[in-house]
Ligand binder design. Structure first.
Ligand code: BGC
Length: 416
């Protein structure tokens, strides 16, 4: 009987879809680097294959800060796009404004609850109803290595601890290479910072300090040690880092000019777009000290309330396509991430992705699966912005002492 009900529900959604013709989807995203553009092109192709018109609304700027500013002005002027790349607690903020569409009919018909890990499904829902569709799982606590640079410097293996890391960085420096490729936005600083906090303090400390924003943890010796380690890494970056985009930092590894980059696995998308082979031309390893933990970053699209029936139909097809096995595979093969949908075959994926999928499942069981703060998965956007600024001030200005930085971060953590 329950099966019949589900079949009827699917039929109802399909019938509703069939009654509206092809429509337009306007999709706001910030996927403009080489690997990112290849990935989003796959979604466009699928939508065009369904007869819809794709209106690309790309706003350059890694991490998406510029895209979010543009999105706010569009929504305030009463002209939202069909979908916008948005994630984590920001989804709840948008939904509480009453501007998002309820996608539950589709989600129920397609059994999204059964297809998504609960931790992800919960982020996509507002008051129990789906308002967003997830595309992937990015792991943030990765470190990338350039095989050419490491070979030149005589670094035999990817470092597993921070001590090993600094020893390797010294060798790279001595060989005349840039030990750490880094860029110049606050989210890049924080991507490194949160991996350091996790590596130095472990998963419980990460959770207490950066997710729960516990005052004691933020003012502890472990935080002091994290900031000291973070500052030490800075001394291995080059003077060109300020203002550099993350993908240009990845390019330094691709060209063999730099040894390491601490960055999420969208960096792998850049290596792959440049036809580089994992395990041969470049190496992936968990950031030092973080092998048994996983900071996750789930890209997703919020879906706005639309008036026009054909636009609604195109939007529903977009959400359905995003959750389809075909899209989840082809998109994530290009993007560097792994599918978020359960039961996907991983045979076409490389070893970095396979390790990511295994570690995602393992850490979910062991309690060391953690939301990335740098990538908007853990805390309210205003608090996140304030903490990021405090951390970047410390990174950019050697005159800010560790003690002052700790105070500033703890104060920023109280921002509502
Ligand atoms: C997003 C990725 C994106 C990266 C660089 C991250 O926050 O989740 O999809 O590739 O920023 O823009």
């Amino acid at each position: 009987m329950w099966k019949l009900t589900k079949v009827a529900a699917v039929a109802a959604v399909l019938a509703a879809s069939a009654s509206a013709g092809a429509g337009e989807v306007e999709v706001l995203h910030y996927w403009t680097s080489g690997g990112e553009a290849k990935s989003v092109a796959e979604l466009k192709k699928i939508m065009q294959g369904k007869g819809h018109t794709w209106r690309d609304f790309a706003v350059a700027g890694g991490g998406g800060d510029s895209a979010m500013t543009v999105l706010k002005s569009r929504v305030i002027s009463g002209n939202p796009p069909s979908a916008a790349q948005t994630k984590g607690p920001a989804i709840q903020e948008w939904a509480s404004e009453g501007v998002l569409a309820n996608m539950d009919a589709l989600a129920k018909a397609e059994k999204w609850d059964d297809l998504l890990p609960k931790v992800v499904a919960d982020i996509m829902k507002y008051k129990g109803a789906y308002v967003a569709a997830p595309v992937n799982v990015h792991r943030v606590n990765w470190m990338w290595g350039s095989s050419e640079a490491l070979k030149k410097a005589g670094v035999a293996a990817m470092p597993k601890t921070w001590d090993e890391f600094f020893a390797a960085a010294d060798k790279l420096k001595a060989a005349g290479l840039v030990p750490v490729a880094h860029g110049g936005q606050n989210w890049q600083d924080f991507t490194t910072f949160e991996s350091v906090v996790l590596g130095v303090g472990g998963p419980k400390f990460y959770q207490d300090a950066l997710v729960k924003l516990d005052d004691k943890a933020l003012n502890s010796d472990t935080m002091k040690k994290s900031l000291e380690t973070f500052r030490r890494i800075k001394s291995y970056t080059d003077p060109g880092a300020p203002g550099r985009d993350w993908n240009l930092a990845t390019a330094m590894l691709i060209q063999g000019k730099a040894g390491f980059q601490l960055m999420g696995d969208w960096a792998k998308g850049e290596f792959l777009a440049a036809n580089k082979v994992p395990g041969k031309d470049f190496m992936c390893a968990a950031a030092p000290g973080t092998t048994t933990s996983y900071t996750f970053n789930v890209d997703s699209f919020i879906l706005f309330k639309l008036k026009d029936a054909s636009a609604q139909k195109a939007q529903s097809d977009l959400a359905s396509s995003i959750m389809s096995p075909e899209f989840q595979e082809v998109f994530n093969l290009n993007k560097g991430s792994i599918p978020v949908r359960a039961g996907q075959k991983m045979d076409k994926f490389d070893d970095c992705a396979k390790a990511s999928a295994k570690d995602f499942a393992d850490t979910a069981k062991s309690g060391s699966l953690l939301p990335s703060v740098a990538h908007g998965m853990a805390i309210a956007p205003a608090t996140e912005g304030a903490i990021k600024d405090a951390v970047s001030q410390f990174w950019n200005d050697d005159k800010v002492s560790v003690a002052d930085a700790m105070k500033k971060i703890a104060t920023a953590a109280k921002t509502k």
